[in-house]
Design a protein around this ligand. Structure first.
Ligand code: KG4
Ligand code: ZN
Length: 426
């Protein structure tokens, strides 16, 4: 079969916007299985998006037992979740039309090969997709990195199989570019309210992005869409990772960010005495890099020196835990703010984008909203908390932006592979 290509080249080449298109996006880079269907229109300067279907299954409870994400388990769960959530998205979008579609035996054989390493997925797809009509979708966007390779592969193989069944063009998306694009949709009071339209979140360039997630802490200079330069990054742990590890030391469940945040808020509201003191790593290093592993070790030593351990559990009161959480959070905020101010000076950025799961943190959001007030003319763009953590909507939006940048981008399907360490680049 000849792969269908997108028919947007002419429109973009003649300096007008691509036509409105429906984009199905798939995100499986870590412990969230997410699929969404968005409608996208406009151009790079003023894109408009509406969410017409969105579904996400978090594996948090499953990974909780291990205190972190276990890649092979994540892979297995993604394989189990993808078909039901796609069905859910199609139903939400009123695109689930029962009816038989003709899929030649040879094509099923190709799909079986594509899904040969994804436990049970081939059978689930056969059962469901032989009985639904091809939906009117213009493009599929799938995350191909960075992330956990086995988890990424399930999403990619699934996307390739859908591409074959429905003959829809497919592109790969960098997960971190997805986080950057999450700010293009910042009025997501609830995903449940579908069919909302979002615009006017334009970015003035040059922009600076502070990306803070479970796997990344990066400062990215963005001269224009698609032109990314990492100007600072962590030398060891990512901020989210430090939140998760400190939470674990305190006996709190995974993911640790929201737990630490709740305790820190309790400490502030109850005005608990500030006893714990931790360093602000690399705050005076005169570069834009970060280090959070030392901060984590300071918490470890503080616990060791002040509290006893019984049956591998540190014996500590809620108030002591909250005091530690508050001081840890304050340290993170001081470092993130100081480095961001330096990077803003260096880049002359007009827009500051902050994205990634950690910006779901209330205190960090407040700290940057305060900073915006003190910096004349700087536009701050942060996603709503539900758009900060991993989701597929951001992947669909990044796919659209990539397409606007380069309408000929649609790749040969078999060239798309999982790239666990994929970097943002020019
Ligand atoms: O972007 P994300 O959903 O996944 C990755 O791409 O890594 O980020 C997940 C990270 C986890 O480390 C989690 O603890 C952290 O974001 N996180 C938070 C909060 N909510 C999620 N960290 C601090 N405060 C929060 N409220
Ligand atoms: Zn992420």
């Amino acid at each position: 079969m000849v792969e269908r290509s997108l028919d947007v080249g002419k429109a973009v080449d003649s300096n007008s916007s691509p036509p409105t298109m429906k984009i199905l996006s798939i995100e499986t880079s870590c412990d969230e299985t997410a699929i969404s269907l968005i409608e996208a229109s406009g151009d790079l300067e003023s894109p408009t998006f509406s969410v017409i279907g969105n579904s996400l299954i978090s594996q948090i409870n499953i990974h909780n037992e291990y205190g972190g994400v276990f890649p092979m388990l994540a892979k297995r769960e993604h394989a189990k979740n993808l078909v039901p959530i796609l069905k859910d998205v199609l139903i939400q979008s009123k695109m689930f039309t029962e009816g038989e579609i003709k899929i030649e035996k040879d094509l099923w054989n190709e799909i079986e090969i594509i899904l040969s390493k994804e436990e049970g997925l081939y059978k689930m797809m056969m059962d469901v997709f032989k009985n639904i009509e091809s939906p009117k979708i213009d493009l599929i966007a799938v995350t191909n990195g960075p992330g956990l390779a086995p988890a990424l592969w399930v999403g990619i193989s699934f996307a390739k199989a859908l591409q074959k069944i429905w003959n829809i063009p497919l592109i790969s998306v960098n997960h971190m570019e997805g986080h950057i694009c999450s700010v293009l949709l910042n009025r997501t009071d609830e995903f449940k309210i579908l069919n909302l339209e979002f615009k006017n979140n334009s970015i003035n360039f040059p922009a600076l992005a502070l990306l803070i997630s479970g796997g990344h802490t990066e400062l990215v200079e963005i001269k224009n869409w698609g032109d990314y330069k990492i100007i600072g990054e962590t030398k060891d742990d990512a901020v989210g990772e430090a939140f998760d590890k400190v939470a674990r030391m305190l006996g709190l469940p995974y993911p640790g960010g929201p737990e630490i945040s709740k305790l820190a808020e309790y400490a502030r509201e109850s005005k608990l005495p500030a006893t714990a003191k931790f360093p602000r790593p690399m705050i005076h290093s005169h570069d834009l890099n970060f280090s959070f592993s030392g901060l984590k070790t300071s918490v470890l030593y503080y616990l060791r020196d002040n509290f006893s351990v019984l049956d591998e559990k540190v014996q500590i009161t809620k108030d002591n835990c909250a005091d530690i959480a508050r001081e840890f959070e304050d340290s993170v905020i001081d470092v993130l703010k100081a480095k961001t101010i330096e990077a803003l000076e260096e880049t002359n950025a007009k827009t500051l984008i902050i994205a990634g799961g950690v910006i779901a943190n209330k205190k960090i959001r407040e700290a940057f909203l305060d900073l915006e007030k003190t910096l004349n003319g700087l536009k701050l763009r942060i996603p709503n908390s539900s758009m900060a953590t991993d989701n597929a909507i951001m992947i669909g939006m990044a796919g659209y932006m990539r397409l606007c940048l380069n309408p000929k981008i649609v790749e040969k399907t078999d060239r798309i592979t999982a790239e666990g360490n994929l970097k943002l680049c020019h």
